[in-house]
Design a binder for this molecule. Structure first.
Ligand SMILES: *[C@@H]1O[C@H](CO)[C@@H](O)[C@H](O)[C@H]1NC(C)=O
Ligand SMILES: *[C@@H]1O[C@H](CO)[C@@H](O)[C@H](O)[C@H]1NC(C)=O
Length: 223
């Protein structure tokens, strides 16, 4: 009996480390804003438009654009943040050099009380009519930034995609790293941001991780 006890003990001791690494591996792959950009590019290329570069500076600005609504879901259809916000607040918050701001050539913004996975948010909320499809597939765009955000850890959930005609390598340039204050709550594309948990908008991911943990605990109990 004692011969079996030791490997089991080792397994139990190693388990937390394994669970932690499994959880963080899941996090880095679960950025809904990055997923949105992948959907945008596959739809563009299917429509014979070029794919657009994912620019983290523009992605961070898309998240500040969402935050400018201060949770007012009903305003996304008819109100836009002032143009001056880009230079006055969005760029400085994101550490984007003001001189590298480029023209915004299109935007897709949506909000609703329930969280939707990226594919649904794309088809149901962001690109649901001819106008949306025209913005999505415009040949004017060269780069994109996307963001997804809940407000204060819950709904309403906002989705924002900004397109620009800037040169991907030289526009929306971030000095060093994007400041922490610019990040959570919410997720933006282009920086491999860790985006699990309801505070960051990706509620489905944390439910998935929890199921994984539960499954492993059951497997251990069965030994
Ligand atoms: C592109 O998006 C539009 C709008 O959501 C959809 O109708 C169309 O089927 C999509 N095309 C592809 C190839 O994904
Ligand atoms: C592309 O840019 C041109 C020039 O700014 C503009 O007139 C045109 O409407 C844009 N096309 C689309 C599809 O946005």
């Amino acid at each position: 009996m004692a011969m079996f006890a030791r490997p089991l003990l080792a397994t139990l001791l190693l388990l937390p480390a394994f669970l932690l690494s499994a959880a963080s591996a899941a996090d880095s792959k679960s950025n809904p804003a990055d997923e949105l950009v992948a959907l945008i590019n596959s739809n563009r290329t299917a429509g014979k438009a070029s794919s657009v570069s994912d620019n983290q500076g523009l992605g961070c600005i898309a998240l500040q654009y969402i935050k400018a609504y201060e949770g007012h879901c009903d305003q996304v259809d008819d109100k836009k943040p002032m143009e001056s916000s880009f230079t006055d607040t969005f760029a400085p918050t994101c550490g984007v050099q003001a001189t590298t701001l480029s023209k915004i050539t299109g935007r897709l913004v949506a909000c609703q009380s329930q969280y939707l996975a990226p594919a649904e948010a794309f088809g149901v909320l962001l690109v649901n009519d001819a106008k949306g499809l025209q913005i999505l597939r415009s040949k004017n765009h060269t780069e994109v930034g996307a963001a997804v955000s809940g407000t204060d850890g819950g709904g309403p959930y906002f989705w924002c995609v900004l397109f620009s005609d800037g040169k991907p390598t030289t526009s929306f340039k971030v000095d060093g790293e994007v400041p922490k204050a610019a990040i959570h709550p919410g997720c933006f594309s282009g920086n491999n941001d860790d985006c699990s948990g309801p505070t960051n908008g990706a509620v489905l991911t944390s439910a998935g991780a929890l199921r994984l943990v539960t499954a492993i605990l059951f497997a251990v109990a069965a030994l």
